[in-house]
Design a protein around this ligand. Sequence first.
Ligand SMILES: C[S@@+](CC[C@H](N)C(=O)[O-])C[C@H]1O[C@@H](n2cnc3c(N)ncnc32)[C@H](O)[C@@H]1O
Length: 183
Amino acid sequence: MKNEPTFLEILLTKIAFYFYGKSVYKSFADRLPLNGGERVLDFGCGMGTVAYYAAKKLTHGHLTCMDISGRWLNACRSTLRDYENISYILCESPDLEDECFDIVYCHFVLHDISKSELEKTVPALINSLRTGGVFAFREPLNEADKLKVIKDLTEKNRLILKESRVTDIPLMGNALESLYVKQ
Ligand SMILES: C[S@@+](CC[C@H](N)C(=O)[O-])C[C@H]1O[C@@H](n2cnc3c(N)ncnc32)[C@H](O)[C@@H]1O
């Protein structure tokens, strides 16, 4: 089915998670401003690589894992089976309440989305953040066109850049990691 990973893709991602879980996914989760009680959205959660580390910190908060793929979402359910404060949403494009999250993050997701879809998706994600909330993403640096679209959309939608860095991700190369705050 369209948007669904093959068995091999899921297997390779599980292997990458096993070897690079801490250096890649935990390092991103550790830079999110999580104190434990936040309402967080992982948009394009995949098998829950980042969600696994975010969920550990959300001792009295809530994590929503959203993905376009039922297979990835099932893999995510399995990764997060020990946690109860998680919702799973299968979606084509995000249909979210306004201001219902403190943090929204996307990890290697936005570059997969067409420019025209990004123009709907990014504002919808930002609308779902409360004022003062945080929008964070990490996307491949070589996707310059998509990064420009994302940057323009963040500026148009009341976000202020707070932190930005380039990280070298094993097997994937350099990635831009940015954290914005909603005004
Ligand atoms: C490269 S994977 C990254 C998964 C995970 N965030 C990680 O870093 O391991 C991209 C994920 O984004 C999801 N995705 C792509 N387009 C999407 C969309 N329009 N809405 C929601 N999820 C989407 C894919 O199904 C896939 O799970």
